[in-house]
Design a protein around this ligand. Structure first.
Ligand code: NAI
Length: 330
């Protein structure tokens, strides 16, 4: 029995994510929550011939019920970017939305695993942590910022210049955060030997960091990545659920490093320093984070990548503080 709530289920990400999770046969109960349009989305998806039960929850009045007895809550609620906006520009609106939703989860399913998609992830995850702390139910092992799309893009973009690579199985560790230069792909540690020139590495790194802008520009005011994000979100949710059921699964994701202080030492030495949050490859287990996976051959990390980590760490420090200060003062 696995119960999943999607908060923001009627949105651009929420709808395809709900559909993909309806196809996930490990899920028995799917709670779809939004402040608009969700009854139609839920009715539509509920006709798909898999065994899970789909229920619709509309507006604040039904929020508590939507997040009661939930194992996993996924949050794609909030406004997306328009051309010219950075993810940080979304903070003003999305910070309050995430805070309200996490409060409801803390009160009604204090042991739920929470996966935050709403941007800016670098700040919304610290907000979620502060809310959980204030409610006395914080467990750093159960809180995740979903950065899977960065990893998905890294695999796909490598394939664009190396057609012999299988995009579906190539793994590039992507560490740091989830916006612009805080996204650091470690191409030197890719699961396949890539033999990239310095120019190719620079161009690929930039494309992975700013890949979201390609979608924002192409949608020309109609939002940011939704379909590829739904794919990435469904993959992350599937990994979390398979781990709940006892499988060993590794996903890079933005987490509180307090989830595994011992395992965090390597990433701190690599440049995360004293930061409280960082995206790292994580071994998932039944309780959320089982361990931070040690980078295989960290000594192979190039000077270019080390410099990128230090640039990321500086920006992340500001993003994290912005989230913490908001939660403490709101
Ligand atoms: P959207 O505007 O299409 O959908 C957002 C949905 O959230 C809407 O249905 C809206 O009614 C709902 N919503 C607003 N306030 C709410 C509340 N208080 N409670 C519940 N639902 C609420 O936006 P889209 O494209 O689905 O993006 C959602 C978020 O995901 C944005 O913040 C975007 O920046 C972020 N995103 C994150 C990515 C990642 O890799 N982590 C990738 C792409 C987008």
């Amino acid at each position: 029995m696995v119960s999943v709530a999607i908060l923001g289920a009627a949105g651009g990400i929420g709808q395809p994510l709900s559909l993909l999770l309806k196809l996930n046969t490990n899920i028995t109960k799917l709670h779809l929550y939004d402040i608009v349009n969700v009854p139609g989305v839920a009715a539509d998806i509920s006709h798909v011939a898999t065994n899970s039960e789909v229920k619709s929850f509309l507006s604040d009045k039904q929020l508590a019920e939507a997040v009661t007895d939930i194992d996993l809550a996924i949050i794609p609620a909030g406004v997306p970017r328009k051309p010219g906006m950075t993810r940080d520009d979304l903070f003003k609106i999305n910070a309050g939305i995430v805070k309200g939703l996490v409060e409801a989860i803390a009160e009604n399913s204090p042991k739920a695993i929470i996966a935050v998609i709403s941007n800016p992830v670098n700040s919304t995850v610290p907000i979620a942590a502060e809310v959980l702390k204030a409610k006395g139910v914080y467990d750093p092992k159960r809180l995740f910022g979903v950065t899977t799309l960065d990893v998905v893009r890294a695999s796909r973009f490598v394939r664009d210049i190396r057609p012999e690579v299988d995009a579906a199985t190539l793994r590039v560790p992507v560490i740091g955060g989830h916006s612009g230069t805080t996204i650091v792909p470690l191409l030197s540690l890719a699961s396949a030997k890539l033999e990239l020139s310095s120019k190719e590495i620079e161009e690929l790194t930039h494309r992975i960091q700013f890949g979201g802008d390609e979608v924002v520009a192409a949608k020309n005011g109609a939002g940011s990545a939704t379909l590829s994000m739904a794919y990435a979100g469904a993959r992350f949710a599937d990994s979390v659920i398979r781990a709940m059921k006892g499988e060993t699964v590794v996903e890079p994701t933005f987490i509180p490093l307090a989830a595994d202080p011992e395992g965090a030492k390597q990433i701190r030495e690599l440049g995360a320093g004293q930061l409280d949050y960082f995206a790292v490859p994580v071994e998932l287990g039944p309780q959320g984070v089982k361990a931070i996976v040690q980078l295989d051959g960290a000594d192979k990390v190039t000077d270019f990548e080390r410099k990128a980590v230090s640039v990321a760490a500086e920006a992340l420090s500001t993003n994290i503080n912005t989230g913490v200060n908001f939660a403490k003062s709101a």
